[in-house]
Design a protein around this ligand. Structure first.
Ligand code: ADP
Length: 643
């Protein structure tokens, strides 16, 4: 030890918060700290192995990679040490004193305070190293970076700050020494420790070693106290999981490996493990998580697979092997063809990578399709978490559009009452039960489920039992602008001016422009009077075939931008060209019948304005002149009260 000074450093605020949560809400399954620490040690060895391809000197004499787990029952300590890449002083500060993930502060602010729920969330956030504080009241990290001269000791009790000190005489790698809490002394028992180590490290490609025990396991109380042979033996099989054949790997092992690669505390929803031989040789192990990560929509969030080349770890988050819309997939790809010195830049423009990406994309879509067919409940759980992201794919991945469209799920006008806003109906379901003479798929887009489901545009569809897809995700209108048909059936927006109902569609088949002709025949006397009032606000005024109970609604010209998309574009600061709706009224509605009798043009105008504003409100729009609407309504109410 040198006589270096001890420096005190404060934890970054987020790190401090997370530590607190760790200690207070994740206590139910303490043993996972070992998985996290072994996982870190294994990553550190992977990183060194990779770096040593270019700089072999980093290894020195110490080329026999291993992770050792040892304990001292009297001193109540447990030590996990590796001869991996180690950390410099700066790395220690950055890695163990801060949390670099962007969005962490918001994530923490959004936790509910409900421990059970929060612990799940923290789990998928991936807290790694800090889980040591679930079992230890003091943690000491002694580390020497590969190729570095100066060793560093980090020490903390997991509260506000940590100490740093320089240290001589360390060997390359990292030692994490846990001073166990009194209620965690089971982790200083050989038998218990062995079973946990085996459970969490069997799939790791490096030997995890423990001291050989003189006594057979069983009376473990005695065991740990006795003088053990100072000889180490591997406790795990030390063969990287994906290199084993599928039939040899047990379900529990796949699940453990998932936790290692994903830093998720939960089990995966499903996985697919494949070896491909032929022109390209690679192995992939792809996992679908149960829950969406908090930063699913953060464009900068790391994503992608762990890339290995011929078993050697190359990089985390190799995003080139899957399209952006599959960014939630975790796992490993191990290629036999790529060079060991492959860089992110090379990956971006390599044909082999493109072929692997295409194949892996299909693999994931097939996995989802199988799940949808065989485990519909499970698929539904997937859809609830990741459906919106998959919609990105259906919009942008032209090659796989049919396969992706098959995976989409929607709420519809005939969704059962209990399901209400749940998206449960596939396009195949829809087509399977539509009337024969219906040659399109009807849909409506709105801001919320309620606005969509209660839209006046649906009245005649409901009356005639024609099912309509209800769309209310932000992405939907964009999606529908990309996805124009499915299985040869066009998607038809019921809010558009030119909608025809099943029976009518047939007779109108002959002329696509039939709409305008029909309009010319539309000679209701109210049309001209209403047009005079609404003037520039509308594209036109017409009688409606779609309304049965509402007095009026607004409809869009065929190619006009929808209200939802317009709101999104405007919210992002873009100026949108004006697009005017048609005002459609229901001539048989008592309000319009009365209106037709109204001799006073001022009062007529006032009532029409109100109907127009109400039609805007019904489609979820805000009123340009809300105060004007309120004034008019109040005048009307006053009138009513006078009588
Ligand atoms: P994660 O592993 O999810 O990045 P951790 O909190 O577990 O988060 O670890 C933070 C960082 O500390 C790691 O990314 C790694 O850079 C570093 N680290 C942790 N343990 C070790 C170790 N045994 N050897 C080298 N670096 C480590």
């Amino acid at each position: 030890m040198s006589e270096a000074q001890v420096e005190k450093h404060a934890f970054q605020t987020e790190a401090k918060q997370l530590l607190k949560l760790m200690i207070h809400s994740l206590y139910s399954n303490k043993e996972i700290f070992l998985r996290e620490l072994i996982s870190n040690a294994s990553d550190a060895i992977d990183k060194l192995r990779f770096k040593a391809i270019e700089v072999p000197e980093l290894l020195g004499d110490d080329t026999d990679y291993h992770i050792d787990v040892t304990f001292d029952k009297d001193a109540k300590t447990l030590t996990i040490s590796d001869n991996g890449i180690g950390m410099s002083r700066e790395e220690v500060i950055n890695n163990l004193g801060t949390i670099a993930k962007s969005g962490t502060a918001e994530f923490l602010a959004n936790l509910s305070g409900d421990q059970a729920k929060d612990s799940q969330l923290i789990g998928q956030f991936g807290v790694g190293f800090y889980s040591a504080f679930m079992v230890a009241d003091q943690v000491e990290v002694r580390t020497l970076g590969a190729g570095s001269e100066e060793g560093v000791v980090w020490r903390s009790s997991g509260e506000d700050d940590y100490e740093l000190e320089s240290a001589d005489g360390l060997s390359r790698g990292t030692q994490v020494i846990l001073h166990l809490q009194d209620d965690a002394l089971e982790f200083a028992e050989d038998f218990r420790l062995r079973s946990v180590v085996r459970k969490y490290s069997d799939h790791i490609g490096v030997p995890v070693r423990m001291l050989k025990q003189a006594l057979p396991p069983g009376d473990e109380e005695e065991d740990a106290d006795s003088e053990a042979e100072p000889e180490l033996e591997a406790v795990n099989s030390a063969q990287a999981l994906w290199t084993r054949s599928r039939s040899e790997v047990e379900e529990a092992e796949y699940k453990e490996f998932y936790k290692h690669v994903s830093h998720d505390f939960d089990d995966p929803l499903d996985w697919s493990h494949n070896r491909v031989e032929g022109k390209l040789e690679y192995t992939s192990l792809l996992y679908i998580p149960k829950r969406a990560p908090f930063d699913l929509y953060n464009r900068e969030a790391p994503r992608g697979l762990k890339l290995y080349v011929q078993r050697v770890f190359i990089m985390d988050d190799a995003e080139q092997f899957l399209p952006l819309y599959l960014r939630f997939i975790k796992g490993v790809v191990d290629s036999n063809d790529l060079p060991l010195n492959v860089s992110r830049e090379i990956l971006q423009q390599d044909d082999r990578v493109d072929s692997i990406r295409n194949a892996l994309t299909k693999r994931v879509l097939t996995m989802l399709d199988n799940m949808a067919k065989k485990e519909p409940e499970q698929y539904q759980a997937f859809w609830d978490e990741f459906g919106e992201v998959l919609k990105e794919g259906a919009g942008e991945d032209f090659t796989n559009r049919e396969a992706l469209a098959k995976l989409l799920r929607f709420a519809t006008t005939t969704s059962s009452k209990t399901d209400k806003d749940k998206k449960r109906v596939s396009l195949d379901d829809y087509i399977g039960r539509k009337p024969e003479d219906q040659d399109c798929i009807y849909y409506i887009c709105a801001e919320t489920y309620e606005t969509a489901a209660r839209s006046p545009h649906l009245e005649v569809f409901k009356e005639r039992d024609v099912e309509v897809l209800l769309m209310f995700d932000r992405i939907d209108e964009w999606l529908m602008s990309m996805l124009t048909e499915y299985e040869g059936l066009k998607f038809v927006d019921v809010m558009r001016a030119d909608v025809t109902l099943p029976g009518e569609a047939k007779t109108d088949d002959a002329d696509d422009s039939g709409d305008e002709d029909k309009q010319e025949e539309d000679e209701h006397p109210l049309i001209e009077r209403i047009e005079k009032v609404l003037g520039e606000k509308v594209e036109g005024v017409r009688t409606s075939k779609r309304l049965t109970t509402s007095p009026a609604c607004l409809v869009l010209a065929e190619h006009a931008m929808g209200a939802q998309m317009r709101r999104i574009m405007e919210a992002s600061g873009q100026q949108m060209p004006e697009s005017k709706p048609y005002f459609e009224f229901n001539p048989t509605h008592p309000l319009l019948e009365k209106l037709d009798q109204e001799p006073d043009e001022d009062r007529f105008g006032e009532l029409v304005e109100i109907l127009f504003d109400q039609a805007s409100l019904a489609e979820g729009s805000t009123l340009g002149d809300a105060a004007g609407y309120v004034d008019r309504m109040n005048r009307l109410l006053l009138d009513l009260m006078k009588n």
